[in-house]
Design a protein around this ligand. Structure first.
Ligand SMILES: N[C@@H](CCC(=O)N[C@@H](CS)C(=O)NCC(=O)O)C(=O)O
Length: 212
């Protein structure tokens, strides 16, 4: 059985969504980050950085949301959620992953960290202007590349769409929603998928059980 270590409304949602797309059995183990469980010895054995998501199957443990989605896609090739390793499409998938994590998510996360994540004494308010400028540049690239596409890679849904749509949903939550009509349509189309809704429900239930 696959165990996903996650926290509601965090990057672990990417893996939840992927698992729901795959339709495989999994156990969702909430690591209560706000209660400091990420720093506890038991979880540090799973992820030395104390972060989520992480995934475990038998003795195998993997961290990093994009790496986990890729591992899952390769593990269940019959579900067609990843282009085949070695193909041009797989290179395109890798390109998307690096772009999303280093160009699109990075300025958004900088914005979040210096607005509400870091302890107040570590926040540098002036950095937000730079982060907004960098994020707008990355969104501009996204608009150009996705403007007339149904999916990120050719005509098939893939894990790349999960990573992009989840990051765009974060942008909404961080108060910098995308404004381009095509991009909004793309994001909403991805978020309307049954597996995304199922993952949202699972995440909501996890949040409710943590609060009760
Ligand atoms: N690059 C990592 C980032 C993981 C990450 O920063 N996770 C956040 C939640 S979204 C976390 O666990 N933060 C707790 C902490 O920094 O201690 C990934 O994509 O998985």
């Amino acid at each position: 059985m696959i165990t996903l270590y996650g926290y509601p409304q965090s990057r672990s949602f990417r893996v939840l969504w992927m698992l729901e797309e795959l339709g495989v059995d999994y156990h969702y183990e909430v690591v209560d980050l706000l209660a400091g469980e990420g720093g506890q010895a038991m979880y540090q054995q799973i992820n030395a950085g104390g972060k989520v998501p992480a995934i475990k199957e038998g003795d195998f443990v993997l961290t990093e949301s994009a790496a986990i989605c890729t591992w899952l896609g390769d593990k269940f090739p019959e579900k067609n959620l990843l282009p085949v390793a070695g193909s041009d499409e797989r290179a395109r998938y890798n390109e998307w992953c690096y772009f999303i994590l280093s160009e699109l998510e990075q300025p958004l996360w900088t914005l979040g960290k210096h607005s509400f994540v870091l302890p107040e004494t570590l926040r540098v308010p002036a950095i937000k202007e730079t982060a907004l400028w960098e994020f707008a540049k990355a969104v501009d690239v996204l608009e150009k590349r996705l403007s007339d596409q149904i999916y990120a890679i050719n005509d098939r849904f893939s894990a790349a769409d999960i990573l992009i749509a989840h990051t765009l949903r974060w942008a909404d939550a961080f108060g910098v929603p995308v404004k381009c009509g095509n991009l909004i349509d793309y994001r909403d189309r991805m978020l309307a998928r049954a597996a995304c809704k199922a993952a949202s429900m699972r995440d909501r239930r996890a949040k409710e059980s943590m609060e009760s």
